[in-house]
Design a protein around this ligand. Structure first.
Ligand SMILES: NC(=O)c1ccc[n+]([C@@H]2O[C@H](COP(=O)([O-])OP(=O)(O)OC[C@H]3O[C@@H](n4cnc5c(N)ncnc54)[C@H](OP(=O)(O)O)[C@@H]3O)[C@@H](O)[C@H]2O)c1
Length: 263
């Protein structure tokens, strides 16, 4: 197992759910953190807590990953002791509605594509040069089982996660011959703010996670940490994590069945 002590880890979307859980676990293992998200108050509070609890260094930087100029500027202007990013966790992402394509609002497509796909590309593109210069680094993308399957109303969200999978796989090829690693962690259903953001309906989101035991964000952070701590010669390509009650995208064991399921 490779130590994470004093490694520099940049996490996008660290204000909630999986990104926040990753921040907590990396901090427990002694890594220094660059926490980014749009909600600065949340990541600042998280950074303060983790600095205090684990005697690490942590920065909270407000960053909307859809803004390429801001992404480039943020990476360029990192303080000297945070410049050498060892691990990038591309986690920021969202789904909006489960409307069928013919009924959907194209504005929501733009937001999902700009965040989940272009945002991931922008941040990776900004971080890679310094990693390549040092010939050291690890890009860990949070994909989804939605990147490997289909469901009604998933259309553009699925497309962004299929794209994230394609980028993970092709980047691994682009980096072949270097010491850089690329991994994808693809979760099934995790209870986070994801469904609340998707439907803008707290009650519907709460109901969605009833009648089965979803994953906790920490379960996905475990998988991320597993990828990050393998010895240097090992690259974990892909980790798929389901809750026990979910056998595939479509096979979810719910009692009583409410039928609705969209990771
Ligand atoms: N929950 C699931 O069942 C599930 C399953 C498979 C995959 N995933 C993936 O896991 C990742 C994390 O989702 P989650 O479940 O933890 O949901 P979440 O609790 O809603 O967290 C999403 C995070 O993304 C950030 N974010 C959204 N838009 C952003 C933007 N434009 N710029 C920067 N940050 C942005 C949010 O921060 P701010 O709002 O503060 O910017 C938040 O920290 C996503 O990529 C999602 O697709 C989730």
């Amino acid at each position: 197992m490779q130590s994470l002590k004093n490694k520099i880890v940049l996490i996008t979307g660290a204000s909630s759910g999986i990104g926040k859980a990753c921040a907590e676990q990396f901090a427990q293992l002694g890594a220094n953190l660059i926490l980014t998200a749009r909600r600065l108050d949340r990541i600042q509070a998280l950074a303060d807590t983790l600095i205090h609890a684990h005697q690490i260094k942590a920065l909270a930087i407000q960053l909307d990953v859809r803004n390429k100029e801001l992404v480039d500027e943020t990476i360029l202007q990192l303080p000297a002791d945070f410049k050498n990013i060892d691990i990038l966790v591309n986690n920021a992402g969202l789904a909006l509605t489960t409307d069928k394509l013919q009924e959907a609002d194209p504005k929501n497509w733009d937001i999902m594509i700009d965040t989940n796909l272009k945002g991931l590309l922008y941040v990776t593109h900004a971080v890679l040069p310094a990693m390549l210069e040092r010939n050291e680094g690890h890009v860990i993308n949070i994909g989804s089982v939605a990147g490997q399957d289909y469901y009604s109303g998933g259309n553009v969200y699925l497309a962004t996660k299929h794209a994230a999978r394609a980028i993970s796989k092709s980047l691994r090829i682009d980096l072949l011959g270097t010491a850089l690693r690329v991994s994808e962690v693809a979760p099934g259903s995790v209870e986070t703010e994801f469904s609340e953001v998707r439907w803008k309906d707290k009650e519907r989101a709460k109901q969605f996670y009833q009648d089965f035991e979803p994953l906790k964000p920490e379960d996905i952070a475990d998988a991320v940490i597993y990828c990050a701590t393998r010895r240097k010669g090992v690259n974990i390509g892909e980790v798929i994590v389901f809750p026990l009650a979910q056998a595939s995208m479509h096979y979810l064991y719910k009692t009583p069945s409410k039928g609705e399921h969209h990771p």
